[in-house]
Ligand binder design. Structure first.
Ligand code: AMP
Length: 282
């Protein structure tokens, strides 16, 4: 496994691999790796000759005043050994100095899809995500990029960016990996107190209950969201948003019809957790 920090050596490695017609799978992450990240790496390993993992906590996708950039969990040593265990070929560890050199003044922004859900409650977040992932795609030139369904809006926004800007990369969205009690794995779960860790599975429980409510014939979005809110409010969790949106354009749908993404964000003190479920409403 190669650990690469400079753009120059990454570029020459990628050039060598492309010349030898190797297919490249890419998994961009912010580190603090867990089984969710590892599931993406395994899929990439199965489907490509070479797997590149990037670890970079991108400052521009955090709100400098309100969010957890400076305390975002980081454990390079453990990450490197986990990546080795998954037979990753290249770990790319860029620095902020390289990513955002003095005078940096360009960005990528995807409109419309970023108006709702996390885009609404985290202004500027997706501009940071699309800009950094656009840069990473240019550097790594992957054939396939692997993303997680846990961050559904992010995956949809990035798929739109790749399509709109003609990046020569396919996107594959992989299922959310969960703890046995249903909590979606997330680097941010480390912030949870013991009490809040016990309560946090309520996100998925409420989503499952909502799916059941819809399957039983209730297609009123307002009532579905209210049922979810009621369950969350029985815990210490504070609802940031609960939305039922069309899975393609992320616009609110009522009455529920077609392929619906039910997505929510809940805060347990400083830990902001997100989760979602897709329901096919006939
Ligand atoms: P992050 O390091 O949180 O930015 O995540 C990097 C990638 O891993 C993103 O594509 C996420 O959607 C994906 N990911 C994070 N958590 C999970 C999970 N529990 N299951 C599947 N994929 C995940």
């Amino acid at each position: 496994m190669q650990i690469i920090k400079s753009f120059k050596s990454l570029r020459s490695q990628i050039h060598r691999l492309k010349t030898n017609h190797k297919s490249i799978g890419f998994v961009p992450t912010m580190g603090a790796l867990h089984e969710g990240h590892l599931s993406l790496l395994r899929k990439s390993r199965r489907e490509n000759d070479i797997t590149v993992l990037s670890i970079y906590v991108n400052p521009t996708q955090f709100d400098p005043k309100k969010e957890d950039f400076s305390s975002y969990p980081s454990n390079k040593k453990t990450d490197i050994s986990l990546a080795k265990g998954e037979n990753v070929d290249i770990i790319f560890l860029p620095t902020t100095k390289q990513m955002y050199p003095e005078g940096f003044s360009s960005s990528i922004q995807t409109d419309h899809l970023t108006d709702s859900l996390c885009g609404r409650s985290r202004p500027g977040h997706f501009k940071g995500v699309t800009t950094i992932v656009g840069k990473l795609i240019n550097l790594v030139s992957p054939d396939v990029m692997y993303l997680g369904q846990k961050d559904a809006q992010q995956a949809i926004v990035l798929a739109q960016m790749v399509k709109d800007l003609n990046f020569n990369t396919r996107i594959k969205i992989c299922p959310t990996v969960r703890e046995t009690d249903g909590l979606a794995l997330s680097s941010r779960n480390q912030y949870l107190s013991i009490r809040h860790r016990q309560q946090a599975p309520v996100l998925y429980q409420a989503l499952r209950r909502a799916k059941h409510q819809i399957r039983s014939g209730d297609v009123n979005s307002r009532r579905i969201k209210q049922s979810i809110r009621k369950m969350i409010e029985q815990t210490d969790g504070r609802v940031d948003y609960i939305e039922c949106v069309d899975v393609k354009n992320l616009k609110p749908v009522n009455p529920l019809k077609g392929k619906i993404l039910i997505a929510l964000a809940v805060k347990f003190n400083s830990a902001r957790l997100i989760d979602n479920i897709v329901v096919n409403v006939r």
